[in-house]
Design a binder for this molecule. Structure first.
Ligand code: OGA
Ligand code: MN
Length: 281
Protein backbone atom coordinates (compact mmCIF):
# COMPACT_ATOMS: atom_id res chain seq x y z
CA UNK A 1 0.00 0.00 0.00
CA UNK A 2 1.36 3.41 -0.93
CA UNK A 3 2.02 5.86 1.86
CA UNK A 4 1.11 9.50 1.29
CA UNK A 5 4.10 11.62 0.43
CA UNK A 6 4.51 14.51 2.83
CA UNK A 7 7.34 16.38 1.17
CA UNK A 8 6.98 20.14 1.32
CA UNK A 9 8.26 21.98 -1.70
CA UNK A 10 10.36 25.02 -0.87
CA UNK A 11 11.26 27.82 -3.22
CA UNK A 12 14.83 27.48 -4.46
CA UNK A 13 16.63 30.72 -5.36
CA UNK A 14 19.86 32.69 -5.29
CA UNK A 15 20.34 36.41 -4.68
CA UNK A 16 21.70 38.42 -7.60
CA UNK A 17 23.10 41.51 -5.83
CA UNK A 18 22.88 42.54 -2.16
CA UNK A 19 20.29 45.28 -2.88
CA UNK A 20 18.27 43.82 -5.76
CA UNK A 21 17.23 40.62 -7.47
CA UNK A 22 16.93 36.87 -7.11
CA UNK A 23 17.09 34.02 -9.62
CA UNK A 24 14.51 31.33 -9.01
CA UNK A 25 15.59 27.75 -9.62
CA UNK A 26 12.30 25.95 -8.92
CA UNK A 27 10.76 24.11 -11.86
CA UNK A 28 7.70 25.24 -13.82
CA UNK A 29 5.69 22.39 -12.28
CA UNK A 30 6.61 23.50 -8.76
CA UNK A 31 5.83 27.14 -9.54
CA UNK A 32 2.46 26.34 -11.12
CA UNK A 33 1.43 24.01 -8.29
CA UNK A 34 0.53 27.09 -6.24
CA UNK A 35 2.39 25.77 -3.18
CA UNK A 36 5.15 28.34 -3.50
CA UNK A 37 2.99 31.42 -4.06
CA UNK A 38 3.29 32.87 -0.53
CA UNK A 39 7.05 32.42 -0.59
CA UNK A 40 7.29 34.01 -4.04
CA UNK A 41 5.25 37.04 -2.96
CA UNK A 42 7.38 37.49 0.17
CA UNK A 43 10.59 37.17 -1.82
CA UNK A 44 9.27 39.62 -4.43
CA UNK A 45 8.78 42.24 -1.74
CA UNK A 46 12.25 41.56 -0.35
CA UNK A 47 14.24 41.27 -3.59
CA UNK A 48 12.17 43.55 -5.90
CA UNK A 49 12.89 41.58 -9.10
CA UNK A 50 12.62 37.81 -9.58
CA UNK A 51 14.11 36.06 -12.61
CA UNK A 52 12.68 32.75 -13.80
CA UNK A 53 15.14 31.53 -16.45
CA UNK A 54 13.66 29.78 -19.47
CA UNK A 55 10.34 28.77 -17.95
CA UNK A 56 8.84 28.84 -21.45
CA UNK A 57 5.37 29.70 -20.13
CA UNK A 58 2.50 29.60 -22.60
CA UNK A 59 0.09 32.55 -22.32
CA UNK A 60 -2.36 30.34 -20.42
CA UNK A 61 0.39 29.30 -17.99
CA UNK A 62 1.46 32.92 -17.50
CA UNK A 63 -2.12 33.91 -16.67
CA UNK A 64 -2.36 30.95 -14.29
CA UNK A 65 0.93 31.87 -12.59
CA UNK A 66 -0.29 35.48 -12.21
CA UNK A 67 -3.59 34.21 -10.77
CA UNK A 68 -1.72 32.02 -8.28
CA UNK A 69 0.27 35.04 -7.08
CA UNK A 70 -2.83 37.07 -6.26
CA UNK A 71 -4.76 37.55 -9.46
CA UNK A 72 -4.21 38.64 -13.02
CA UNK A 73 -5.53 42.16 -13.63
CA UNK A 74 -6.84 43.09 -17.06
CA UNK A 75 -4.24 44.79 -19.21
CA UNK A 76 -4.66 47.97 -21.25
CA UNK A 77 -7.57 47.40 -23.67
CA UNK A 78 -8.92 44.60 -21.50
CA UNK A 79 -6.63 41.78 -22.61
CA UNK A 80 -5.35 39.13 -20.19
CA UNK A 81 -1.95 39.18 -21.86
CA UNK A 82 -0.51 42.35 -23.39
CA UNK A 83 1.93 42.15 -26.29
CA UNK A 84 4.82 44.50 -25.61
CA UNK A 85 6.15 45.57 -29.00
CA UNK A 86 7.23 48.93 -30.40
CA UNK A 87 6.13 47.83 -33.86
CA UNK A 88 3.13 49.92 -35.04
CA UNK A 89 1.92 46.96 -37.13
CA UNK A 90 1.53 44.94 -33.92
CA UNK A 91 0.34 47.60 -31.50
CA UNK A 92 -1.06 50.51 -33.55
CA UNK A 93 -1.91 53.27 -31.08
CA UNK A 94 -0.10 51.76 -28.09
CA UNK A 95 3.30 51.47 -29.84
CA UNK A 96 3.86 55.22 -29.48
CA UNK A 97 3.07 55.19 -25.78
CA UNK A 98 5.42 52.21 -25.31
CA UNK A 99 8.33 54.35 -26.49
CA UNK A 100 8.23 55.64 -22.92
CA UNK A 101 9.50 52.22 -21.84
CA UNK A 102 12.96 53.24 -23.12
CA UNK A 103 13.30 55.62 -20.14
CA UNK A 104 13.19 54.84 -16.41
CA UNK A 105 9.57 54.49 -15.37
CA UNK A 106 6.98 52.83 -13.16
CA UNK A 107 3.95 51.22 -14.80
CA UNK A 108 0.64 52.99 -14.17
CA UNK A 109 1.74 55.80 -11.83
CA UNK A 110 -1.43 57.64 -12.86
CA UNK A 111 -3.72 55.05 -11.27
CA UNK A 112 -4.69 55.80 -7.65
CA UNK A 113 -3.95 52.14 -6.94
CA UNK A 114 -0.82 51.32 -8.90
CA UNK A 115 -0.08 47.92 -10.39
CA UNK A 116 1.38 45.70 -7.67
CA UNK A 117 3.66 43.71 -9.94
CA UNK A 118 4.27 43.07 -13.62
CA UNK A 119 5.37 39.84 -15.30
CA UNK A 120 7.17 39.81 -18.63
CA UNK A 121 8.10 36.79 -20.76
CA UNK A 122 10.46 36.92 -23.73
CA UNK A 123 9.06 35.49 -26.96
CA UNK A 124 11.29 37.08 -29.63
CA UNK A 125 14.54 38.89 -28.84
CA UNK A 126 15.99 41.99 -30.46
CA UNK A 127 19.15 41.17 -32.41
CA UNK A 128 20.75 44.18 -30.71
CA UNK A 129 19.78 45.97 -27.48
CA UNK A 130 16.45 45.33 -25.79
CA UNK A 131 17.81 44.34 -22.39
CA UNK A 132 15.64 45.39 -19.46
CA UNK A 133 17.07 47.34 -16.52
CA UNK A 134 15.50 47.38 -13.05
CA UNK A 135 16.17 49.71 -10.10
CA UNK A 136 15.16 49.08 -6.49
CA UNK A 137 13.64 52.32 -5.17
CA UNK A 138 13.14 50.89 -1.66
CA UNK A 139 16.77 49.92 -0.93
CA UNK A 140 17.87 53.17 -2.61
CA UNK A 141 15.55 55.14 -0.33
CA UNK A 142 16.90 53.33 2.75
CA UNK A 143 20.44 54.37 1.81
CA UNK A 144 19.69 58.08 1.39
CA UNK A 145 21.31 60.33 4.00
CA UNK A 146 18.90 61.09 6.86
CA UNK A 147 18.96 64.81 6.04
CA UNK A 148 17.82 64.08 2.47
CA UNK A 149 15.06 61.78 3.76
CA UNK A 150 13.81 64.57 6.05
CA UNK A 151 13.93 67.09 3.20
CA UNK A 152 11.81 65.00 0.81
CA UNK A 153 9.53 63.26 3.35
CA UNK A 154 6.32 65.14 2.58
CA UNK A 155 6.88 66.23 -0.99
CA UNK A 156 4.31 65.45 -3.66
CA UNK A 157 4.90 65.12 -7.37
CA UNK A 158 2.65 65.64 -10.35
CA UNK A 159 2.79 62.63 -12.71
CA UNK A 160 1.41 62.47 -16.22
CA UNK A 161 1.53 60.39 -19.35
CA UNK A 162 2.21 63.55 -21.33
CA UNK A 163 5.38 64.19 -19.34
CA UNK A 164 6.66 60.73 -20.26
CA UNK A 165 5.68 61.25 -23.90
CA UNK A 166 7.80 64.41 -24.05
CA UNK A 167 10.87 62.24 -23.27
CA UNK A 168 10.57 60.45 -26.61
CA UNK A 169 8.69 63.11 -28.61
CA UNK A 170 9.95 66.49 -27.37
CA UNK A 171 8.32 68.50 -30.19
CA UNK A 172 4.78 67.08 -30.42
CA UNK A 173 2.14 68.21 -32.87
CA UNK A 174 -0.90 70.00 -31.45
CA UNK A 175 -2.93 66.83 -31.94
CA UNK A 176 -0.38 64.66 -30.09
CA UNK A 177 -0.21 67.07 -27.16
CA UNK A 178 -4.00 67.34 -26.92
CA UNK A 179 -4.34 63.56 -27.07
CA UNK A 180 -1.73 62.95 -24.35
CA UNK A 181 -3.06 65.70 -22.11
CA UNK A 182 -6.58 64.29 -22.33
CA UNK A 183 -5.29 61.50 -20.01
CA UNK A 184 -4.84 64.03 -17.19
CA UNK A 185 -2.41 64.24 -14.32
CA UNK A 186 -2.06 62.64 -10.89
CA UNK A 187 -0.67 63.97 -7.62
CA UNK A 188 1.50 61.28 -5.96
CA UNK A 189 3.72 61.26 -2.85
CA UNK A 190 7.44 61.27 -3.65
CA UNK A 191 8.08 58.91 -0.73
CA UNK A 192 5.44 56.25 -0.53
CA UNK A 193 4.82 54.29 2.67
CA UNK A 194 3.86 50.65 2.27
CA UNK A 195 1.70 48.58 4.60
CA UNK A 196 4.81 46.54 5.33
CA UNK A 197 6.33 49.67 6.88
CA UNK A 198 8.88 50.08 4.10
CA UNK A 199 9.22 53.27 2.10
CA UNK A 200 10.21 53.80 -1.52
CA UNK A 201 10.59 56.58 -4.08
CA UNK A 202 8.06 57.24 -6.84
CA UNK A 203 10.03 58.64 -9.77
CA UNK A 204 10.51 58.03 -13.48
CA UNK A 205 9.46 59.62 -16.76
CA UNK A 206 5.90 60.34 -15.62
CA UNK A 207 7.23 62.53 -12.76
CA UNK A 208 6.73 66.05 -14.10
CA UNK A 209 7.43 68.34 -11.17
CA UNK A 210 7.49 68.61 -7.40
CA UNK A 211 4.33 70.42 -6.38
CA UNK A 212 5.07 73.86 -4.89
CA UNK A 213 8.71 74.01 -6.04
CA UNK A 214 9.95 76.07 -8.96
CA UNK A 215 11.04 74.34 -12.16
CA UNK A 216 14.75 74.52 -11.38
CA UNK A 217 14.57 73.17 -7.83
CA UNK A 218 12.07 70.52 -8.86
CA UNK A 219 14.45 69.27 -11.58
CA UNK A 220 17.31 69.20 -9.06
CA UNK A 221 15.27 66.96 -6.78
CA UNK A 222 13.75 64.59 -9.34
CA UNK A 223 16.75 64.02 -11.61
CA UNK A 224 19.25 63.64 -8.79
CA UNK A 225 17.06 61.19 -6.89
CA UNK A 226 16.58 59.18 -10.07
CA UNK A 227 20.31 59.11 -10.69
CA UNK A 228 20.93 57.89 -7.16
CA UNK A 229 18.19 55.22 -7.31
CA UNK A 230 19.44 53.95 -10.67
CA UNK A 231 23.09 53.82 -9.66
CA UNK A 232 24.98 50.54 -9.69
CA UNK A 233 24.15 49.04 -6.24
CA UNK A 234 20.37 49.30 -6.79
CA UNK A 235 20.12 48.14 -10.41
CA UNK A 236 20.03 44.88 -12.30
CA UNK A 237 20.27 44.41 -16.07
CA UNK A 238 18.40 41.45 -17.50
CA UNK A 239 19.89 40.14 -20.72
CA UNK A 240 17.06 38.01 -22.07
CA UNK A 241 17.01 34.45 -23.34
CA UNK A 242 13.84 33.35 -25.14
CA UNK A 243 11.47 31.80 -22.60
CA UNK A 244 12.69 33.82 -19.59
CA UNK A 245 10.06 35.31 -17.31
CA UNK A 246 10.76 38.25 -15.03
CA UNK A 247 8.47 39.45 -12.22
CA UNK A 248 8.98 42.85 -10.61
CA UNK A 249 7.43 44.67 -7.67
CA UNK A 250 6.11 47.69 -9.53
CA UNK A 251 5.60 49.79 -6.38
CA UNK A 252 9.22 49.61 -5.24
CA UNK A 253 11.07 49.72 -8.55
CA UNK A 254 11.62 51.48 -11.84
CA UNK A 255 12.45 49.73 -15.07
CA UNK A 256 13.37 50.52 -18.68
CA UNK A 257 14.30 48.75 -21.88
CA UNK A 258 17.65 49.57 -23.49
CA UNK A 259 17.25 50.94 -27.05
CA UNK A 260 16.34 48.55 -29.86
CA UNK A 261 15.00 48.79 -33.38
CA UNK A 262 11.18 49.14 -33.09
CA UNK A 263 10.70 47.03 -36.24
CA UNK A 264 13.10 44.21 -35.31
CA UNK A 265 10.33 41.86 -34.15
CA UNK A 266 11.15 41.91 -30.41
CA UNK A 267 8.11 40.53 -28.59
CA UNK A 268 7.42 40.24 -24.89
CA UNK A 269 4.17 39.09 -23.29
CA UNK A 270 3.09 40.96 -20.16
CA UNK A 271 0.59 40.28 -17.40
CA UNK A 272 -0.06 42.54 -14.42
CA UNK A 273 -0.91 41.45 -10.91
CA UNK A 274 -3.84 42.66 -8.82
CA UNK A 275 -3.64 43.76 -5.24
CA UNK A 276 -1.79 47.03 -5.34
CA UNK A 277 -1.98 49.41 -2.40
CA UNK A 278 -2.95 53.03 -3.05
CA UNK A 279 0.00 55.43 -3.28
CA UNK A 280 -1.59 57.39 -0.46
CA UNK A 281 -2.04 55.34 2.72
C1 OGA B 1 6.73 47.01 -19.69
C2 OGA B 1 8.07 47.50 -20.02
C3 OGA B 1 10.25 46.87 -20.83
C4 OGA B 1 10.79 45.98 -21.89
O1 OGA B 1 6.33 45.99 -20.26
O2 OGA B 1 6.05 47.62 -18.85
O3 OGA B 1 8.42 48.59 -19.62
O4 OGA B 1 11.98 45.64 -21.80
N1 OGA B 1 8.86 46.69 -20.72
O5 OGA B 1 10.05 45.66 -22.83
MN1 MN C 1 6.91 49.37 -18.16
Amino acid sequence: MATAATTTTRLRYEQIKPKIGAVIQSTKEELLSGELSDEINALLEERCVLIFPQLNLTDAEQVKFSDLLGGNAMEIRGEEVFKVSLDKKVNQSVAEYLLGSLYWHIDGTMNPIPIRASMLSAKVLAPEGGDTLFANTATAYEDLPEAKKAEIENLRVQHSLWNSALYHTPEPTDAQLDDWQSKGEADVPLVVKHKSGRKSLVLGNTAAHVIGKDYRESAQILHKLRNFATSEPYTYRHVWTVGDTVLWDNRTSMHRATPYDPDCGRMMHRTILKGGEAWDQ
